[in-house]
Design a protein around this ligand. Structure first.
Ligand SMILES: Cc1cc2nc3c(=O)[nH]c(=O)nc-3n(C[C@H](O)[C@H](O)[C@H](O)COP(=O)(O)OP(=O)(O)OC[C@H]3O[C@@H](n4cnc5c(N)ncnc54)[C@H](O)[C@@H]3O)c2cc1C
Length: 573
């Protein structure tokens, strides 16, 4: 086991048998896409994954267990709080899903400021756990930094990604309506989930009152009506069980495990190596490019090198930053491609602090049937066409209406009887706010602390700023006002004050850009100074938009992978 990150003990046997056309680091949402595209184009591709293998269908141990059969009925235990104090804060963490989250104590990091780093280390990464909301970003998102003068200009625009959004949506299967909004571009969707009667009512009232605000049904990566391409993947119609985070035996939602990785494997070009922590990328000074990666086997502690012509780094935003910072050489003493010293800086995330809840009178004779993996949403309506508030950018809004179970202050029979009746309608609304990337929000390598494999721990210094607080206050006010206009009562505002990270949408640190003085990656996601290394996960983002990010990571990855193959064919890499 190496204790010195510069000099791991190496097993260099059989260079040839360790050589591939491409290496992909990480098998989550973005790594899965890189693997699929590269394998389909005929490249022998090695996917290195630090966690255990999770085979679709076989390794979903809790997928069909009813809630009442779990020892603690899914409640957290003292043990959870001790072993996993951070990940246990994630709403999706329970005894039904804990095996897809890391144990925090096994994977320490330094919180210079409170940061909830939610990680899933296994084949499939967080694609097993995600909530699958998949809106495209709009032209306003890509134009935002240039218009408002923050971060740097995106080197691409919506039009550059549009065909790649279509490409990944087609394969993943996204449900939704075509709503015709320029703030929320449409795709070719599978049928949308329905809003319930109160949601429809509220939507109509909000849109009737505010001409610039739109309520639409959420778009999500669920097969409401599978097409041939989905059946070919072995996936079936979503059964609306909403037990998704346990792994879906129907393949009803998109995950790397159900979709991209088996597809890549079918080509015969994929080698998947679980239990393989990538320590660093190897830079070859003579060739002036990367030649491979150093890997530590987590079961044996043995270090090995693997070689390839191109390397995709898809370890998820912060681990991607860590790997590049740890990839030092005499040419790159501060991390691979880091001539401008900006690697690890301009980290941003989504502001989830604000929520508003309310009650709604009637209709008492109406209910809804079945479960649903999405909910109504409002694309951002703040500062869209011009700057109009005292904070930059905006937020999108999710909301939902449901009927509480009738509850009484008793136990036993009266409680059981009351629970058979539907109670009042309740509304809950939450913001998903854009945060402004700043140099001061950064990650770096600890100079003293290392992990089990001798790799420096990541030190995280990321926080909210005044802009985020103003944006949240605006949402609390505006959200309350919209619910009031929609006829809601007992409106309550709440600031969760949760630490950054719990949104699980971290982005930046290895941003794209035109200029190598102010960015790390070129417009095709290759490092400016090491052209055969591509970063296509959240680390590459220039800004965060207000929309969920993973669909954009997929589209950017597919675009970059296809470009890399073309460049390889031309002999440019
Ligand atoms: C509960 C939850 C809900 C979410 N909801 C949504 C949502 O609705 N919409 C949305 O867009 N996003 C959502 N997300 C976020 C989404 O999961 C991530 O954006 C997405 O998974 C990122 O993809 P990725 O490939 O970058 O990372 P991951 O999917 O996390 O994959 C990274 C992989 O790299 C591996 N790895 C890390 N370091 C190394 C190393 N050194 N060597 C080898 N392998 C390594 C990891 O083990 C992991 O398997 C949610 C996340 C969670 C947890």
């Amino acid at each position: 086991m190496p204790k010195d990150n510069q000099q791991p003990h190496l097993n260099t046997k059989g260079k040839e048998q360790h050589t591939y056309d491409a290496i992909v680091i990480g098998s989550g949402i973005s790594g899965g896409w890189a693997a699929k595209e590269l394998c389909e184009k005929g490249l022998k591709t090695l996917v290195l994954e630090r966690g255990k293998d999770v085979v679709h269908l076989k390794d979903y141990p809790t997928a069909t267990i009813p809630n009442w059969e779990f020892p603690h009925r899914l409640q957290h235990t003292q043990k959870d709080k001790v072993e996993s104090p951070v990940v246990a804060r994630c709403y999706a963490y329970s005894e039904a899903t804990e095996h897809f989250f890391v144990k925090d104590n096994d994977h320490p990091y330094v919180q210079e400021k409170p940061f909830d780093w939610i990680r899933g280390y296994q084949v499939g990464g967080k694609s097993l756990l995600w909530a699958r909301q998949t809106q495209r970003w709009s032209k306003y998102d890509f134009e935002g930094p240039a218009r408002d003068g923050f971060a740097i200009d995106w080197p691409i625009r919506y039009k550059d990604l549009e065909p790649w959004y279509a490409h990944v949506e087609d394969f993943a299967g996204i449900s939704g309506n075509r709503d015709g909004l320029d703030t929320l571009p449409d795709g070719d969707y599978l049928p949308a989930w329905e809003m319930n009667c109160v949601e429809k009512d509220i939507a109509q009232k909000i849109m009737g009152h505010y001409k610039d605000r739109h309520v639409v049904q959420g778009r999500c990566a669920h097969l409401t009506k599978p097409r041939a391409i989905h059946l070919e993947q072995g996936r079936q119609q979503c059964q609306a069980r909403t037990l998704c985070e346990r792994g879906c035996p129907f393949g009803g939602y998109f995950s790397s495990n159900a979709s991209t990785l088996p597809w890549a494997a079918k080509t015969g070009n994929l080698t998947l190596r679980p239990h393989s922590v990538v320590h660093s990328v190897i830079y070859d000074e003579k060739l002036g490019k990367a030649s491979g990666v150093r890997v530590i086997d987590t079961l044996t502690g043995e270090s090995t090198e693997y070689f390839a012509k191109i390397i995709f780094v898809n370890a998820a935003c912060l681990n991607t930053n860590l790997i590049l910072l740890n990839s030092t050489s005499s040419r790159f003493q501060n991390g691979l491609g880091n001539d401008n010293g900006l690697l690890g800086k301009f980290i941003a995330f989504h502001n989830y602090r604000g929520t508003v809840s309310a009650a709604y009178d009637g209709p008492d004779d109406k209910y809804y049937y079945g479960r649903r993996p999405t909910q109504p949403m409002m694309p951002n309506f703040r500062n869209v066409h011009q700057q109009e508030t005292d904070f930059l950018r905006g937020y999108m809004v999710f909301f939902g209406a449901d009927r509480n179970r009738g509850m009484v202050d008793e136990i036993g029979k009266p409680l059981k009887e009351a629970m058979t009746e539907a109670g009042e309608w309740g509304i809950s609304m939450m913001m998903q706010g854009e945060t402004i990337p700043k140099e001061s929000n950064h990650v770096s390598l600890s100079k003293t602390l290392k992990d089990t494999w001798g790799i420096p721990q990541l030190s995280i210094s990321v926080d909210y700023d005044e802009n985020d607080v103003k944006s949240m206050k605006d949402f609390l006010m505006v959200g309350s006002e919209m619910l009031e206009k929609a006829g809601c009562k007992n409106i309550q505002q709440h600031d969760s004050q949760q630490a950054p990270g719990l949104d699980i949408h971290e982005m930046g640190g290895v941003r794209m850009g035109h200029d190598s003085k102010t960015s790390l990656l070129d417009p095709w996601n290759a490092l400016h100074h090491c052209k055969n290394v591509f970063v296509t996960d959240g680390a590459s983002m220039v800004s965060t938009s207000t929309q969920n990010p993973s669909l954009t990571f997929m589209a950017i990855t597919a675009r970059a992978a296809n470009h890399a193959v073309e460049e390889l064919k031309k002999g440019n890499l």
